[in-house]
Design a protein around this ligand. Structure first.
Ligand code: AHR
Length: 647
């Protein structure tokens, strides 16, 4: 043995003793009495505009740069559509805007065109326009012709080279001034493709301006400004109980002026200018405050609203006191929009926007990751905002973003902890996780967490961009042990959510890795971590049962469903070999011999992708080996949910 390996060996021996790996393996679940209650809201989702989560993701809009504001210098993602015998030019025209919120428009000048050789403008969408068979797309245009041109306009979805027309309709009735047009484009029995573009053409010379162009496929619950159905299905399948929004860093913005502008995200899409998102691209704000709330409603999840607290990423901050007052009022107004009755200013606005009933809000988070602020002003900012919210809405529970902050003597109801760790680190810290947590302090919200495979490649490092956008099975093992640790401590950890949730997998679309769910224009898939979370969240008891592990590196947790008596044991095997675990279930006399076993097992490097969306998925089986003193064998590298039924 080389000298240098000795300290490592000593460390391994120490860890082995700490985990009690020297004893004979045994897992003991004590079902004689519950250790505490599991919060029914334990599993939720965290979301923000990152990795094209909404624009080019969940928000179903297919036109990229629909209001022509993405780049002040040129009409990004728009191009001239013509052939050898037709000609046109396009340019931004700030002299004739549609309204004062969208300060520019696109001017299309067709200089040469005929019925056989049309010319116009095309939009490439978010890495393609998805074409599905027998599907109706709703196109909306704000158009204004110049004198001498009265139409028609042809709106179509065509192949990227313009040769195949998937769907097409004509618009006539153009009159002087801006006018809104809506047409339905219907595809036939086509093979699905994203090699397509949206196009608007003229069959004669003329000038027409576009104030806004929008194209929607069918959406979840048929909402007009709605969400992509396939991604929503993935989210609903996680059975989330809450949605933390709008961030994350997206709440804060790089500068105070670039924070999430909730009030400007309301109303018709032609009234929404969008804003620069801190993740390097402009957000359309099509998925605005009301859409977040409807998204929650559609998932039967509660909103967990984060309000801006006067600190932005580039260390811009607002000093507590009179300077902060407008921001305090802004937070109160935002809450009023969510829960105020229709006689209040913002409650009335919500009713005008189509939702008279208040939403069901319990938790409000004040800020995001304020521990990164160098000037350390959170205590006073929190106190001022919390006092105002508590005075007006005493029923709300408030979340602070710095766990151990003094907060000028204010007591938050909950604190938000974030943890992005490598799988090996989660394995190390999860076995004894929670031992030092104060049981009499504020409740705990783990508002962002995720395992990445390699300690040396952290989610925010450039090196992470060289790896696939979603994690492998190795990360799911880290996620599994950490979720088990959180469930064992679910008496104090009341809520938790993985982050980030969504990623568009196209090159250049992402800013972070790993992410839970990946998609392109046509399809969506869940990572192994997605399935691990699904297994945990869909199999949640309501009582925490004490569980101990000795002589094994398997970690886990146990709960019981107090209504049915079912005992749910979750186990994670971080070894590449099977582990036989003698199981002792104390405090129950008879269990049915048949148990339901849900298993996620794969090699560490195995993963899912657009091409192989179901390479690593859980498998449900029935196992008949339950009897007093039974032994359960964990497959190598696996996450298992074992459901034991009382006789
Ligand atoms: O989840 C990605 C980012 O990580 C969040 O926006 C931020 O809150 C955290 O630092």
């Amino acid at each position: 043995m080389k000298q240098t390996t000795r300290p490592l060996l000593a460390l391994a021996v120490l860890i082995a003793f700490a985990l009690d790996l020297t004893a004979a393996p045994v897992v003991t679940v004590d079902a004689s009495g519950a250790k505490g209650k599991v919060s029914p809201k334990l599993y939720g989702l965290m979301t923000e505009e990152i990795n094209h989560s909404y624009d080019g993701g969940l928000y179903a809009e297919l036109i990229r740069n629909r209001a022509f504001l993405d780049d002040p210098k040129s009409p990004a993602h728009w191009s001239v559509a013509n052939d050898d015998a037709s000609a046109a030019t396009i340019a931004l025209d700030p002299t004739t805007p549609l309204n004062d919120r969208l300060p520019t428009c696109l001017c299309l000048t067709v200089t040469q065109a005929t019925k056989e050789h049309a010319a116009g403008v095309a939009n490439s969408g978010y890495w393609g326009i998805p074409v599905h068979a027998k599907t109706q797309y709703r196109a909306t245009l704000w158009a204004r012709p110049e004198a001498g041109f009265s139409g028609p306009l042809t709106v179509s979805i065509v192949s990227t080279d313009g040769r195949i027309v998937y769907a097409s309709e004509k618009i006539s009735g153009l009159t002087a001034g801006w006018k809104k047009f809506e047409v339905t484009l219907k595809t036939g029995n086509v093979t699905p493709t994203a090699q397509a573009r949206f196009q608007l053409t003229l069959d004669r010379p003329g000038v027409v301006r576009l104030g806004l162009a929008s194209l929607f496929p069918p959406t979840w619950n048929d909402r007009p400004n709605g969400l992509r159905k396939d991604i929503m299905q993935m989210l609903v399948d996680l059975h989330p109980k809450f949605l933390r929004f709008p961030g994350g860093n997206y709440l804060e913005g790089n500068k105070v002026a670039e924070r999430f502008p909730w009030a400007k995200t309301l109303g018709p899409i032609e009234d929404r200018p969008g804003h620069p998102c801190n993740w390097g691209y402009r957000s359309s704000d099509g998925l605005g405050l009301l859409e977040f709330l409807l998204w929650c409603e559609d998932m039967k999840a509660e909103p967990l609203l984060a309000v801006f607290a006067g600190y932005s990423l580039e260390q811009d901050h607002v000093t507590a006191g009179p300077d902060l007052e407008p921001f305090v009022q802004d937070a109160l107004d935002e809450i009023e929009y969510v829960i105020g009755n229709t006689k209040t200013t913002w409650g009335a606005r919500r009713a005008k926007d189509g939702h008279p009933a208040p939403f069901n809000l319990t938790y409000v988070e004040i800020g995001n990751e304020d521990y990164f602020e160098q000037a350390k002003t959170y205590d006073a900012r929190y106190a001022q905002i919390a006092d105002a919210i508590r005075t007006k809405y005493p029923q709300l529970k408030l979340i602070a973003t710095i766990p151990d902050a003094k907060l000028n003597g204010r007591k938050p109801d909950m604190v938000d902890l974030h943890d992005y760790s490598a799988t090996d680190d989660f394995i190390k810290k999860s076995s004894n996780f929670g031992a030092d947590m104060k049981r009499n302090g504020p409740e705990i919200f783990v508002g962002e967490w995720a395992a990445h495979e390699d300690a040396a490649v952290r989610p925010w490092d450039a090196a992470a961009h060289k790896l696939p956008p979603t994690p492998t099975m190795k990360a799911a093992i880290g996620d599994g042990v950490f979720m088990a640790a959180m469930e064992r401590n679910a008496d104090i950890i009341k809520m938790q959510c993985y982050a980030p949730l969504l990623v568009n997998v196209n090159p250049g679309a992402r800013q972070w890795r790993p992410n839970l769910i990946g998609y392109d224009a046509l399809s969506v898939y869940g990572s192994p971590s997605y399935y691990a979370i699904q297994m945990f969240s869909r199999n949640l008891g309501d009582e925490i049962l004490p569980v101990t592990f000795s002589g094994t590196s398997v970690q886990g947790c146990a709960t019981r469903d107090s209504k049915t008596g079912e005992i749910i044991v979750k186990l994670v095997n971080p070894e590449l070999t099977p582990q036989s675990l003698p199981m002792e279930i104390k405090g129950v006399t008879v269990l049915k011999s048949k148990a339901t076993v849900i298993t996620l097992s794969a090699n560490p490097e195995d993963t899912n992708s657009i091409r192989r969306p179901r390479n690593v998925v859980p498998v449900t089986t029935t196992w008949s080996g339950v009897k007093p003193g039974f032994t359960f064998t964990m497959p190598p590298y696996s996450v298992v949910v074992l459901k034991l039924e009382p006789q």
